[in-house]
Design a protein around this ligand. Sequence first.
Ligand SMILES: [Cu+2]
Length: 66
Amino acid sequence: MANAGPADHEFEVFGPDGKAMGEIEPVPAGKAGRLTLTFTSPGTYAYVCGVSDHEARGMKGSFVVS
Ligand SMILES: [Cu+2]
């Protein structure tokens, strides 16, 4: 994850069961972080930036593993 914005951000992924799978700790502006996950179960996964109010401001989403 390359952070090209002016604020710190993180990236956390949750499995279909709602449990956290892994995260990139807060990355300062202009820096990058890396996370490798292996998806072994189909389903809908969620991701969010947990910094400050970023989730409430829309830094979240989901994707489907089939
Ligand atoms: Cu953020």
